[in-house]
Design a protein around this ligand. Structure first.
Ligand code: FEO
Length: 395
């Protein structure tokens, strides 16, 4: 780990996790990740904003020592998850004079999860500030970007917003700034979809709050720093907006090709109607790829054969995940096949209580989908394309 300069007095200490494949035992990390800690030196006091994941603690301590940091007055915790707070106990052991600066919720979570003394904290409110001597830090509560405790710290004189998870990306890189914007946009979208999308309204609120600070740098605690904040602001504005794109995502499983045939037929009919279709096999699912696919989707069609009277377990797992992610999709439907019985569509829809979407008529084939079933799928494509059948016939 090395210190990377943002200004003469503000440096990034970034632990790069090239090989981490999974976060929280749930979120795939195809590009690895970084844990960013920021050192801010004022005339009188020194603060560290966020720390690192526990396995990287020794790296951080060695890098701070190499940078000549002999005294630490404050450790600002923007968020209690251990990938940012993991080094606090070790840093407090080395710097017993330091205080942990955070909001009341974050303090409670840190006390719940780490061996930190209750007296080690300074609790701040929304809009509170800390004077380091010529450097002022202000604190801005931005709940639910990721947990209810999240906040943004702003270095007033340098106009740098430290946003922790918010506006970040799981992307292992040595580049200080987001130079390859196409690559960063993909990593940032994956991260937004997995972490922020379930609380989209809170992300929109947090975006407005950070934009109002008018930062010249946005410095998240994962991935590169943004020296062109408008880039990441515009991405988030699109993702958090109510508008959807004409895109139907089709999570599917097929055992004997009947459901696969229905998926292929639906895909073609949607394309004919000017609606993009994205079938996603949920066998060996990349949950991050599925999450990304539904960020702006206008519709989601779940496709499954009937297995033991219900959806295939892999399709059920995908439905549970999509429900938890609560995308802004406007329409949902279920298609699939059955052999002798089952209430597959009702069971799948029952897994989606968080989705505020219109539920369209399901299409189920007994065995292989034949002409009549395919005609029903064409009618479903009409509905997903915003056409009624009469309009479609006239087109
Ligand atoms: Fe990067 Fe929610 O922690």
């Amino acid at each position: 780990m090395i210190a990377q300069r943002l200004t003469d007095d503000i440096h990034l200490f970034r632990a790069i996790d090239w090989d981490r494949k999974l976060f929280d035992e749930l979120v795939p990390l195809p590009e690895g990740t970084t844990y960013n800690a920021y050192l801010v030196r004022g005339r009188d006091k020194t603060a560290l904003i966020d720390t690192v994941y526990p396995p990287k603690v020794e790296e951080l301590i060695a890098a701070l020592k190499a940078a000549g940091v002999e005294r630490l007055d404050y450790i600002v915790a923007n968020h209690a998850e251990q990938d940012h707070t993991g080094a606090i106990p070790a840093l407090l052991a080395l710097h017993p004079e330091a205080k942990v600066v955070t909001n009341a919720k974050c303090k409670r979570f840190i006390l719940d999860t780490l061996p930190v003394d209750r007296d080690a904290f300074i609790t701040v409110r929304d809009g509170g500030s800390l004077d380091l001597g010529g450097k002022t830090l202000t604190f801005h509560l931005t709940p639910w970007v990721h947990w209810p405790d999240t906040m943004v710290t702003f270095a007033v004189e340098d106009r740098i917003a430290f946003t922790c998870d918010f506006l970040g990306a799981h992307l292992a890189t040595t580049e200080l700034y987001a130079r390859d914007e196409a690559q960063v946009a993909i990593s940032a979208k994956r991260y937004y979809a997995e972490i922020m999308m379930p609380y989209r309204g809170f992300s929109a609120d947090a975006l407005a709050k950070v934009e109002a600070l008018d930062p010249v740098l946005v410095a998240p605690s994962h991935g590169p720093v943004h020296d062109r904040p408008a880039f990441v602001f515009d991405l988030y504005r699109g993702w958090t907006a109510d508008e959807v794109k004409p895109l139907v995502v089709i999570p599917y499983v097929s055992m004997y090709e009947s459901t696969a045939k229905m998926v292929a037929y639906l895909t073609d009919r949607l394309a004919e109607r000017g609606v993009a279709a994205q079938p996603v096999s949920v066998v060996d699912l990349d949950s991050g790829a599925l999450a990304m696919s539904i960020v702006d989707a206008s519709g989601i069609v779940f496709a499954s054969p009937t297995v033991l009277g219900g959806p295939h377990p892999s399709l059920a797992a995908a439905a549970i995940l999509i429900n938890a992610l609560a995308p802004k999709t406007r329409q949902v439907a279920v298609i699939g096949s059955f052999g002798w019985e089952g209430s597959l569509p009702e069971q799948v829809i029952g897994l989606l209580p968080r989705l505020e979407a219109e539920v369209l008529e399901p299409v189920m084939a007994k065995g292989l989908a034949r002409e009549e079933t395919l005609a029903e799928i064409a009618r479903l494509a009409d509905q997903l394309a915003g056409l009624n059948t009469a309009e479609a016939a006239a087109a």
